[in-house]
Ligand binder design. Structure first.
Ligand code: ADP
Ligand code: ASP
Ligand code: MG
Length: 469
């Protein structure tokens, strides 16, 4: 018996018609020889709306909450009506939706009442997107004549620490619980529909796995159940040579190694959650990215032993937005060991992750790239600790930049790739601010002004003829 975990993103379940389509896809694949576990995201846009509602609640905006409740209930009831034909099944889903929206309203009112939005209550609020979509998809499957049951990540057995907002997985416990809870359902022919993105602490408090976390849920379940494959259904044909919204000529990459695909997701290809490949990679479970709107297309296959053809060279070019550069400089740093270590330690203590580092040959400065929303805190920390000491003369911040990353395992050992990249960029008259090459030689990344980011990506895509591969 084959076992496939299928994840459907927000764009795939934007409305009732699309949910019917998803139910069809599941029904087409599910048969005597193939079990399916479905993982579903919130309806398109809902997570963002929930975040905004939580912020408004914190400000004490009762009117907003009242209106929001009506709207979110309305949207989900309409979606259920479109997705489920059978009146009895629709009524069943409706009952769950009304109860959950009431619960959401109580949580939001609680936030209004205390005027405070802790990471814990924020997770509680944003978990409702998936808690409202799963019952609708499950109803649509029953409408199709399949047996189905919806479960939250917590109910299914996904357990995390209490790092709300970006919770850490406790895989051993999770594996045990997922098996215990899901296998009996599969054995009696039921299709479990799990909420993506959300999990629970050991005490049963709701946590989330970080934005885009439904992908991660799917591979966690795949690894726990030792699935044959994990399929990530989305709105594009697979992982592509660049974001098709920036480079319309971008092509689907048919096959990638886990390592390459991981670099791609870390460096901004928002097509997938950056941690999502970990569980599948560990267990060697192939992951496929496929287009719900063109299911005949084979998509991208991510596998363990990819035979890299050297001449493949560059495979993709991506952009990471919402970053900032900090440059720490001072002649006194030359030959003074430990400055870099000090900077990293200070930022590490503040939980500020460094995405990229480069040090000039003269050693007179170090530049680092971090998330833009952490810039103020980072600069503050460094100024307090460093300025005036250790001969550090200046700490400079730039927030109008982005990172462009050029990726591909085949780049390894091919001379001249970097020179082609930077000639292409120079040819566009674009100035490169800082450069770093990962020691894995799987990528070259560099910083340019944000306003030049998309133009840079297109220039490199063209230089390496990525749309012809
Ligand atoms: P879902 O709702 O299915 O989770 P997402 O919006 O999270 O979908 O991810 C899919 C989107 O990622 C695509 O529509 C595409 O615009 C974007 N994207 C960015 N970079 C890439 C890339 N290299 N390959 C494919 N898609 C990409
Ligand atoms: N709904 C969540 C988000 O928007 C998780 C996901 O879609 O994967 O981030
Ligand atoms: Mg996503």
């Amino acid at each position: 018996m084959k076992k496939i975990v299928m994840k459907f993103g927000g764009t795939s379940v934007a409305n009732g018609k699309k949910i019917r389509h998803v139910a069809n896809l599941i029904a087409d694949n599910r048969n005597e020889d193939c079990e399916v576990v479905a993982v579903v995201s919130a309806l398109e846009g809902v997570t963002n709306q929930l975040i905004q509602a939580a912020e408004e609640a914190k400000k004490g905006n009762r009117e907003y909450i009242h209106k929001f409740k009506q709207e979110i209930l309305e949207r989900h009831l309409t979606t259920a009506k479109e997705a489920i034909e059978d009146k009895q099944l629709e009524a069943e889903a409706k009952k769950v939706l009304i109860a959950r929206v009431d619960e959401l309203e109580r949580v939001l009112k609680g936030i209004v009442y205390v005027n405070e939005l802790s990471p814990k209550s924020k997770d509680n609020v944003i978990s409702f997107g998936e808690r409202l979509s799963a019952p609708i998809l499950s109803g649509a499957l029953k409408d199709h004549g399949l047996s189905s049951q919806h479960l939250t990540g917590g109910e299914a057995g996904i357990v995390t620490d209490s790092n709300f907002g970006e919770a850490g997985l406790l895989m051993n416990f999770t594996r045990f619980q997922l098996k215990k809870n899901l296998e009996p359902l599969l054995n009696k022919g039921t299709v479990p529909v799990l909420t993506g993105f959300i999990a629970a602490t050991q005490d049963g408090e709701t946590t989330t796995l970080g934005r885009g976390g439904s992908d991660y849920t799917a591979t966690i379940v795949g690894a726990a159940l030792d699935a044959d494959e994990v399929w990530i259904w989305t709105d594009v044909d697979g992982l592509m040579t660049s974001d098709p919204k920036i480079v319309p000529q971008a092509k689907t990459i048919p096959e990638l190694s886990f390592q390459e695909a991981t670099e791609l997701t870390i460096f901004g290809a928002k097509a997938m959650h950056p941690r999502a490949l970990e569980p599948a990679r560990k267990e060697g479970i192939p992951v496929r990215i496929r287009n719900v709107f063109s299911p005949d297309n084979p998509g991208t296959l991510i596998v363990k032993d990819q035979k890299v053809k050297t001449k493949d060279g560059v495979k993709a070019v991506t952009i990471v937005k919402n970053v900032a550069v900090i440059t720490v400089s001072g002649a006194g740093m030359v030959g003074a060991p430990g400055t870099a270590a000090k900077v990293f330690e200070l930022l590490g203590r503040e939980n500020i992750n460094i995405l990229m580092i480069s040090q000039s040959v003269s050693e007179a400065n170090i530049s680092l790239v971090i998330q833009r929303n952490l810039l103020e805190r980072a600069v503050n920390t460094l100024e307090i600790a460093l300025l005036g000491r250790d001969f550090i003369r200046e700490i400079m911040a730039e927030d109008d930049v982005c990172v462009v990353a050029v990726l591909g395992a085949g780049m390894k050992g091919i001379p001249g790739v970097a020179s082609r990249i930077f000639s292409a960029v120079a040819h566009e008259g674009i100035n490169v601010r800082m450069i770093a090459q990962g020691s894995s030689e799987l990528n070259v990344s560099f910083v340019v002004k944000e306003k030049n980011g998309e133009k840079t990506v297109r220039a490199i895509h063209k230089e390496f003829k990525l749309s012809e591969k």
